[in-house]
Design a protein around this ligand. Structure first.
Ligand SMILES: NC(=O)c1ccc[n+]([C@@H]2O[C@H](COP(=O)([O-])OP(=O)(O)OC[C@H]3O[C@@H](n4cnc5c(N)ncnc54)[C@H](OP(=O)(O)O)[C@@H]3O)[C@@H](O)[C@H]2O)c1
Length: 331
């Protein structure tokens, strides 16, 4: 089993949903023979890849995977799935990429510009705590694979195919509102999103030569500037209604993601969550495309999905308008 720049046999543990599917496609495009192990409930695997249907929660889930692998990519968030895969496959893998998350690192108390060395959150082998589960998997995979392991920790991912609509909220909402008002936080704040296409390119290119940990985070930007650019792209001509943190709080409007959340916003005390260093990502060959490119692609997607669709990740238009009308000043 030799480590080559373009892996010949690639196994994606996942591959039916957003990022995993794109990773599988990236390897297909580079000429690899790609197998995806998943139940098939999340969607289809890309053309050119083979689906091996299996449930990682069951005994023998990996039994159908013959031979050695040049590259294995695991996107799981569940420690028991990760452990099962390592038991079954670690000795047959030349290289392994674990897609972790910056949530494996502390949220509160992190300095501005925190990098890969910043503290991890307490591990959670049960999988109940997302960040703790990722931290647990990172350690166990490292113990098992050593130098054959690359850990890539994305920050918030945006771009085409993002059904969560978190990053897509602003450009989508501005397009929906047209000449109507749009609610925004008065407090400007940092925001950081990596385009899924840049992340995928990074995860696929030169994968077998990579080891160690890389935080794959986007460019740090100001939310107000992002909203301004999104407004131009969406052709919004209505008012931007600024509300203070106190006003938003009293209306029950929260941060980041949720049915009553303004996506991408963060409480001031954890603002550094969107101010992480991308230095190692860039030094390792990662790239960041222009924000305009991401916003335009996302708006096309959002229009196709329906600008006014219900989402558990963002404030509905009806709730937003009710909030705007209850504010004392709309200017
Ligand atoms: N979105 C973000 O902003 C963000 C930020 C940081 C990190 N991340 C990380 O990025 C990755 C995203 O991955 P993704 O887009 O491919 O989505 P995902 O929902 O995390 O993918 C899970 C994959 O595992 C498969 N799976 C789930 N349960 C399974 C089971 N019991 N047996 C076999 N396969 C199973 C799913 O396929 P089936 O359902 O078909 O089985 C799917 O292909 C994750 O690692 C996430 O933690 C995301």
């Amino acid at each position: 089993m030799t480590q080559t720049q373009t892996p010949a046999r690639v196994l994606v543990l996942g591959g039916t949903r957003w990022l995993g599917r794109r990773i599988a496609l990236g390897h297909v495009d580079r000429g690899a023979e790609v197998t995806c192990l998943a139940r098939g409930e999340g969607g289809s695997v890309p053309e050119g890849a083979r689906l091996l249907a299996g449930d990682r929660a069951t005994e023998g889930a990996y039994a159908g995977l013959d031979g050695d692998w040049d590259e294995v990519i695991d996107v799981t968030r569940l420690p028991r799935h990760a452990a099962g895969a390592l038991d079954a496959l670690a000795d047959r893998a030349a290289h392994w990429t674990f897609v972790s998350s910056v949530s494996a690192q502390r949220l509160e108390g992190a300095p501005i510009g925190a990098d890969e060395h910043d503290e991890l959150v307490p591990e959670d082998a049960s999988g109940d705590e997302y960040g703790g589960a990722k931290a647990w998997i990172e350690r166990v995979a490292r113990e098992r694979l050593g130098e054959r392991l690359a850990i890539v920790r994305p920050g918030l991912i945006g771009g085409p195919g993002d059904e969560s609509g978190r990053f897509g909220y602003w450009v989508s909402r501005l397009a929906l509102a047209k000449d109507g008002p749009v609610l925004m936080p008065a407090r400007d704040q940092a925001t950081q999103t990596i385009d899924v296409r840049d992340l995928t390119t990074f995860l696929v290119a030169d994968a077998p030569r990579r080891n160690g940990v890389v935080n794959a985070v986007g460019v740090e930007r100001r939310l107000h500037a992002l909203i301004e650019l999104a407004r131009e792209i969406a052709g919004h001509t209505g008012a931007l209604v600024r509300a203070s943190d106190e006003q938003l709080g009293s209306l029950g409007i929260g941060h980041w993601a949720g049915e009553r959340a303004l996506p991408l916003t963060l409480p001031a005390e954890v603002a550094s969550h969107a101010q992480r260093s991308s230095a190692r990502y860039l030094a390792a060959g990662g790239a960041h495309r222009p924000l305009r490119d991401t916003l335009e692609a996302v708006l096309r997607d959002e229009r196709a999905l329906g600008l006014d669709r219900a989402s558990p990740h963002r404030l509905s238009r009806a709730d937003e308008l009710a909030a705007i009308h209850s504010l004392p000043s709309k200017a």
